[in-house]
Write a protein that binds this ligand. Sequence first.
Ligand code: EPZ
Length: 418
Amino acid sequence: MDRFTIEGGVALSGSVRVSGSKNSVLALMASSLLTEDRMVFANAPRLRDVETMIEILEGLGVRAGWESGDEVCVESGEPTRIDAPYDLVRTMRASFMVLGPLLARCGHARVSLPGGCAIGARPVDQHLKGLAALGAKIELSNGYVEARAPRLRGASFAFDLSTVNGTQNVLMAACLADGTSVLENAAIEPEVGELVAVLQAMGAQIEGAGTRTLTVRGVSRLSGVRHFVSGDRIEAGTLLVAAGITGGEVAVSGVEPSDLTAQLAELRGAGFQIAVEEDRISIAPGAELRPLNLETAIHPGLPTDMQAQMMALLTQAEGRSQISEKIFENRFMHVPELLRMNADIHIDGTTAIIEGPRRLAGAPVMATDLRASACLVLAGLAASGETRVRRVYHIDRGYERIEQKLQSLGARIRREQE
Ligand code: EPZ
């Protein structure tokens, strides 16, 4: 296993380009099952999760892999298998998104229930209710979902709550259903918008892009397309916070600034100078780092995937901040590790109260999940002395060569074999 060793105290400076969006490319790779044609995704990030999705697709008898530096290709042809096994799905719950497209294409799919993960129970009831509304016969047995439908039929369905992957799973299935579907209370995260755009390019008939009501007129087949994956809005936010927590001046490029509206508003509220131009966002210190009262929300609110990173930053604010986690039930596991670095944080239910400013002290810390590990790296960049972050395989799931990106900005961080 690898670890990062970080010598804190360097104000980052320079410019860095983010990689393609993890959460977009995973859904887009699943959508490749909707056509027998070849799909090419340029600007795909080299992440463990992308490798896992390639394995899942290959397990279905689909050709998938890297074609050149940053292009992932998927050529479904006729999938020869219809099951996604537990030992892969449990390592990456986004695999569950092959269920809808596989069912729509083959009339039968058997996918392991993803189970919970470090941040919560992560149920998939909305995915299943939506597919059942489209006429799928759903059976749960031995930890697997078995779904059958000779032909899905269009239907109206309202999600009980906003779910990103649930919206994507049901939307993909509806594209090949017989008739029209109306999906209400759909998620509007940028990753949903990007999937809608790619499905439309493939020939899907979808109206209501960007709204919570998607109307889909089913078609009999879809064509393969080439798509340039958008920049990762969470990696961009993480790199901006890396600059902010070290008092540096950094420009982050390769991302759509309108995908970070809430994040940039909060950074401005904390006192940072933020400049936006085309696909480039610059951050510089303000007169002071002001405390904030934050709560995570569905889009266009503050993304839950930025909660841990903002908490690290607010340990440096002049006063009391608080962050309420409204999306997942157990997403404060970075707090005990921050306390070991001399942060002053206490939890009151789903709200963390952060007293600042606190001089963070380097320490050996353990990563528990993707965004918690990013938070610990950020804290290490600001801490005095040395921080060792163990189990960085968590971070490698969602950040491509993060230590190289940070090194290019002047950070003293190195990857070591444990
Ligand atoms: C996506 O997960 C992202 N993952 C998550 O990013 C992100 O945190 C999350 O959306 C919220 O924005 C990918 O896109 C691969 P949800 P998803 O369904 O779709 C509940 C990261 O760090 N729910 O929008 O699984 C659920 O428990 C990851 O990159 C149900 O109750 O999240 C949660 O409380 C972490 N029933 C809430 O909805 C369901 O059927 C939102 O979850 C589905 C979800």
